[in-house]
Design a protein around this ligand. Structure first.
Ligand SMILES: NC(=O)C1=CN([C@@H]2O[C@H](COP(=O)(O)OP(=O)(O)OC[C@H]3O[C@@H](n4cnc5c(N)ncnc54)[C@H](O)[C@@H]3O)[C@@H](O)[C@H]2O)C=CC1
Ligand SMILES: O=C(CO)COP(=O)(O)O
Length: 341
């Protein structure tokens, strides 16, 4: 896609899809936002407001909102996937036989499919093996993007076409799009940080100090890097926007749904109550179990993941988990250090 870009389709009309589609339309590029619910799509199209997610946020008048899948993707040069990871198989299979091999795909979901530990780009490639794919990941709270807060993101892909098309479609004076070449690292970082955001929400509800928050973020980063480097990703990706950038924002902001799940857990609510209360996607809940199982399988040390797993699934007291995190045998050799940082 060049500056003569003709059309972009955004699939998924929740919080992230809505703000991304609005950015594209704001750049004067023809954009269709696909929502599966016909009545909702019509309401948003008529009112120019996605009131369920962003009451008062008026959408660009050029944005087309439709529940007609074929209409949305027709002639799109770039398709932006903005449904939760649990919906990727369904939506990708809808794209099969409907798009050309040249259509570029950008994945934005921050999850991992439990079956086979599949990253979202892998799910896309299974359904659409010939299409160039990229991933977008970074500190991107949708509400802040809607509010035009200065924001940066990373688009990582083996395809320069996908990177350039995404930059053309999304970059604006308030939204900066960096290029990366480690999609696996960017995707892993985006998915893993959600687990630590839940833990940060729990500690937030306990009103612990800034030393504690800082320790949590740093230890989280080390764990993420350990698993990712074991899986073949580049540890330095975790020093950038998709790693420490996104980890910081979701571990410190109640705008993060994963953080809010943690806050609710910290207030003594059950996981089911916490998820129901948020009412939106919190990928970290499913990712926790997927990552816990993978770490066990690979023998990767992830004490924070273990701790959250024990809290949620084995109902171990939080005080006991904190004690074990603070008093575990200290490594004195370099074996436990993360390669590359
Ligand atoms: N909201 C945010 O700030 C950010 C979200 N993300 C990621 O974006 C992905 C999407 O999340 P959000 O938009 O935030 O979630 P959301 O909960 O706000 O919206 C999800 C939307 O997807 C729709 N959906 C679910 N299953 C579907 C299906 N089978 N077919 C069509 N539509 C379906 C829902 O109806 C809903 O409108 C997640 O993986 C999230 O981690 C990434 C960066 C920022
Ligand atoms: O990924 C996000 C910000 O970068 C959004 O986080 P939540 O999914 O926890 O709201």
């Amino acid at each position: 896609m060049t500056n003569t870009t003709t059309k972009v389709a955004v699939l998924g009309g929740g919080s992230f899809g809505t703000v991304l589609a609005n950015l594209v339309a704001g750049n004067g590029i023809s954009c269709a936002l696909w929502m599966r619910n016909e009545q909702r799509a019509a309401e948003v199209m008529n009112s120019r407001e996605n009131a369920e997610y962003f009451p008062g946020f008026i959408l660009d008048k050029r944005l087309n909102i439709t529940s007609n899948f074929d209409e949305a993707i027709e002639d799109a040069e770039l398709i932006i996937m903005a449904v939760p990871s649990s919906a990727y198989d369904t939506v990708c299979s809808q794209l099969e036989q409907r798009i050309s091999r040249n259509t570029l795909i950008l994945s934005t979901a921050k999850g991992i499919r439990a079956d086979g530990f599949r990253l979202m780009s892998e799910v896309i490639q299974e359904h659409l093996p010939h299409n160039p794919v990229g991933v977008l990941s970074g500190p991107n709270l949708a509400k802040e993007i809607a509010d035009n807060q200065y924001t940066a993101t990373l688009v990582a892909s083996a395809s320069t076409e996908v990177v350039e098309a995404s930059q053309t479609a999304l970059a604006s004076p308030t939204f900066r799009v960096y290029a990366g070449d480690d999609p696996q690292g960017a995707e892993l970082a985006g998915a893993l940080k959600n687990i630590y955001a839940i833990i940060a929400g729990i500690t937030g509800s306990m009103q612990l100090g800034q030393n504690t928050v800082s320790m949590l973020i740093t230890r989280s980063l080390a764990e993420m890097c350990r698993l990712a480097s074991e899986l073949g990703a580049e540890p330095m990706t975790f020093m950038g926007l998709a790693g420490v950038g996104d980890l910081f924002v979701t571990c410190t902001s109640p705008l993060s749904r994963n953080y809010r799940v943690g806050q609710a857990l910290g207030q003594g609510k059950t996981l089911e109550q916490a998820v129901a209360e948020i009412g939106q996607t919190a990928e970290g809940v499913a990712t926790l179990k997927t990552v816990y199982d993978k770490a066990q399988e690979l023998g990767v040390r992830m004490p924070l993941v273990d701790g959250l797993y024990r809290l949620i699934y084995e109902h171990v007291e939080i005080s006991e988990i904190i004690t074990s995190l603070m008093t575990a045998q200290q490594a004195t050799d370099v074996e436990h250090k993360v390669k590359g940082i």
